[in-house]
Write a protein that binds this ligand. Structure first.
Ligand code: MN
Length: 263
């Protein structure tokens, strides 16, 4: 089994190392990851400047390939240029921080898995909730391995995509696994406004994964309750309901030229 392992925290991040260690006997693993942290870059790609790839070694052992780009860049480069054989599965993570609710849209971890899915490969994004209570990435990677192994056993169809989130608690306190839907409502975010030594304002975005509204059956609720959450995702963003509505609006007679001419 050929496995492509990537992330958005960067090739030196603890999560990818812990996950690689836990899944190394599942197949032939190729690590292709950003050379610096790319959390929150979403599905960005690089086309205005070149991408560099370099072998990353630790004590003479090849850890993988560091790419000077985004997680989506890593998946494209890995599959088109770096791997000798196509992957049977693409795994992204283990991300330090849950990727649930609307955070899925900002996440580079999920974007890497989405990219693989677009390219027709089955993929799994894996993230570990970080709280001040508990954060043993090795335990979390062990739990992720159990889930990944089961997903592989069930044969994830071509191009399908699962978003897995592990709650931040000791493994014996994890209550089980729930298949969930994405929490798609607002969540609490604020800016912390500060003043720099020159007297000018600057801002830090402060967000939380704790939903304002509890909504049973969602990824956020499952993780908050201590369950591993598995959400099947898709990248077709078409709103079919709205499509049928606006299709019937009148589109006749819309002027299609500039009305304010240059003087
Ligand atoms: Mn990250």
């Amino acid at each position: 089994m050929q496995i492509l392992l990537t992330n958005d925290d960067g090739i030196y991040a603890p999560g990818i190392a812990a996950l690689k260690r836990q899944i190394q006997d599942l197949g032939n693993i190729t690590v292709v990851a950003p050379d610096i942290e790319q959390s929150g870059v979403g599905h960005s790609i690089t086309f205005g400047h070149p991408l560099r790839v370099r072998e990353v070694r630790l004590h003479d052992e090849l850890l993988g390939y560091g790419v000077s780009g985004s997680p989506a860049d890593c998946v494209k480069l890995a599959i088109y240029e770096i791997m000798d054989k196509k992957p049977d599965i693409v795994i992204s993570g283990l991300n330090m921080g849950a990727n649930v609710g609307i955070h899925i849209l900002y996440s580079g971890t999920v974007a890497a898995a989405v990219e693989a899915s677009i390219m027709g490969f089955p993929s799994i994004a894996t993230s570990f909730e970080i709280t001040d209570q508990y954060a043993d990435v090795h335990d979390a990677a062990g739990a992720a391995r159990g889930v990944i192994e089961r997903i592989i056993k069930h044969k994830l169809p071509r191009g399908s995509l699962l978003n897995v989130n592990i709650p931040s608690r000791p493994s014996h306190q994890i209550k089980g696994i729930k298949v969930t839907r994405q929490y798609a409502r607002d969540f609490k975010e604020t800016f912390d406004k500060r003043v720099d030594p020159g007297g000018k304002a600057y801002y830090w975005l402060i967000g939380t994964n704790k939903s304002i509204h509890h909504e049973e059956g969602t990824d956020i609720s499952a993780v908050n309750e201590g369950y591993i959450s598995i959400t099947p995702l898709r990248f077709d963003l078409t709103d079919t309901g709205l499509y049928h509505k606006i299709e019937n609006w009148s589109w006749e007679g819309v002027p299609l030229t500039a009305t304010n001419k240059k003087s």
